[in-house]
Design a protein around this ligand. Structure first.
Ligand code: FE2
Ligand code: FE2
Length: 169
């Protein structure tokens, strides 16, 4: 059985992950509108990954005898001034999620909930990758600046991104 405090924290995190999915889906729509279909695809896959993160928490909470409670999902932004800002926000958002995961790790330690501590390690590792991916694209886009040809090359590259659920998930 999981503690009330841990259950509430995981339910809040399910909401964070679902909001992340919603935010990236909104960014995908923004790129579709700009006819940058590769960028739109990248964000759509990102949204699917966030859905996966949410469901992994969902299943874990059920498995521990907890009760999943779905909270209202905030409305995400619809527009951004430029591509750089989209990825600045993505990077910032991933840093926010990392902080949330770290808080969960602290709660698990306080509650002496070693199973949750162990489970959360997957997210600790995942966040390292999430931040690295967002930061790398942000740097590439900053580097390209006004180079439209370079942006289109990147767009073409992002068309090939596909969703792959992690093996040991
Ligand atoms: Fe996530
Ligand atoms: Fe993420």
């Amino acid at each position: 059985m999981i503690s009330q405090k841990m259950q509430e924290a995981i339910n809040a995190q399910i909401n964070e992950e679902l909001f992340s999915s919603y935010l990236y889906l909104s960014m995908s729509a923004f790129f579709e509108d700009m006819s940058l279909t590769g960028f739109a695809n990248w964000m759509r896959i990102q949204a699917q990954e966030e859905q996966f993160h949410a469901m992994k928490f969902f299943d874990y909470l059920s498995e521990r005898g907890g009760r999943v409670e779905l909270l209202a999902i905030e409305k995400p932004e619809k527009n951004w001034p430029d591509i750089v800002t989209v990825f600045e926000e993505t990077y910032k958002h991933e840093q926010h999620i990392t902080a949330k995961i770290n808080e969960l790790v602290s709660i698990a330690a306080d509650e002496k909930d070693y199973a949750s501590g162990n489970f959360l390690q997957w997210y600790v590792g995942e966040q390292v990758e999430e931040e690295a991916a967002a930061s790398e694209i942000l740097e590439q886009i900053k580097f390209l600046g006004e180079n439209k040809h370079g942006i289109l090359m990147l767009d073409r590259e992002f068309k090939s991104r596909t969703f792959q659920p992690p093996v040991e998930a």
